[in-house]
Design a protein around this ligand. Structure first.
Ligand code: AVI
Length: 322
């Protein structure tokens, strides 16, 4: 990368909406190790591709976690006799939520928190129809920042729900901050039910992120297609390949987009050079052994109450108490 190009990228950021896609791509590609944050995967096309991933044979997490909620719902509920409100961090896991709502007749309130107002409305309407006795309280907010709960939720027993191993997409220090914020939200005596993918053999892990059907490859490459659509970038999609690696030292799957040749890419007035084999790092997905995750929970001052795993012991669901 030429330094003057990087400087041009930083100049071009002036006036660009902070925290938006353009800002993130210009900054990320100007770094010595190019990267684009994984939260930008989820435009309309990317969200549809992620849905497809969750149904793949190779992608075991969704299926394994669902089996835990379905098989152990009553046992989970038995630990939570005082809980009245289920607070979901990030709506959109409708099947998992339904399994928990069915298992917990003691609930009076369901409060999904989501940054997308559209997602919230859709989810709230569907659930109100199927659970007419449940008060649905949608909260339009970014759950990565502190969330203030509406009055009706303040005095009742709360269970935060964060399935899908989404915590794995955070750096461990961010995961710790996130857990501490959830703890503030549920208050003393409140609980968190969280799904976390486990460490396992490299082959199973890599296959889950490099499936034979190529859906995860399409999901990863969609970032470049999105940059072409939204930022007038000129990425040649056939010049990049999807790569999933397990970094055992860090305990994480890494996804990269690897340049197959020496090439230059323009984004508006900026130019980024790629050497052959150079990658754009697009995602980390951390895997936690049960002891490691319970330690992280304790560091956030949560007390682990119980742990459930699927029959193949690939995935874990933890119940933590504040
Ligand atoms: C959303 N998140 C938990 C997924 C994961 O497994 O880290 C995203 C994903 N990336 C590739 N496949 C799935």
């Amino acid at each position: 990368v030429m330094l003057k190009d990087r400087a041009a990228a930083f100049e071009a950021i002036d006036g660009v909406e902070e925290g938006g896609f353009r800002d993130a791509v210009l900054r990320g590609l100007a770094l010595p190790h190019k990267m684009i944050p994984s939260r930008f995967f989820y435009d309309e096309r990317g969200s549809a591709l992620f849905e497809d991933i969750t149904r793949l044979e190779a992608y075991y997490p969704t299926r394994s976690e669902m089996a835990i909620f379905e098989g152990h719902g009553a046992d989970i509920a038995a630990h939570l006799p005082e809980t009245r409100a289920l607070v979901e961090f990030g709506s959109g896991s409708s099947l998992k939520i339904r399994a928990m709502l069915k298992a917990m007749p003691q609930l009076t309130h369901y409060a999904p928190i989501d940054i997308s107002g559209e997602m919230l409305t859709r989810e709230a309407q569907a659930l109100s129809a199927d659970f007419p006795d449940l008060e649905v309280v949608p909260i339009h907010a970014d759950f990565m920042s502190p969330v203030e709960l509406p009055k009706e939720l303040r005095e009742i027993g709360k269970l935060a729900f964060f399935p899908g191993s989404t915590i794995g997409n955070l750096e461990p220090y961010e995961a710790l901050e996130f857990l501490a914020r959830v703890r503030d939200t549920v208050g003393t005596g409140g609980h968190l039910l969280i799904g976390v993918d486990r460490k396992k053999d490299t082959e199973t892990l890599v296959r889950a992120y490099d499936d034979p059907e190529g859906v995860t490859a399409a999901f990863n490459l969609n970032l470049l297609a999105r940059a072409n659509r939204e930022l007038e970038a000129d990425f040649d999609l056939s010049g990049f390949a999807h790569e999933a690696r397990y970094n055992a030292d860090r305990g994480r799957i890494e996804m990269h987009l690897k340049s197959l040749k020496e090439q230059a890419v323009s984004i508006g007035a900026c130019r980024f050079d790629f050497t052959e084999g150079e990658t754009i790092h697009t995602e980390n997905s951390y895997k936690y052994a049960p002891d490691e995750f319970r330690l992280l929970a304790r560091a956030a001052r949560f007390e682990p109450v119980a742990t459930w795993t699927d029959a193949n012991e690939r995935f874990a669901v933890y119940l933590l108490q504040s």
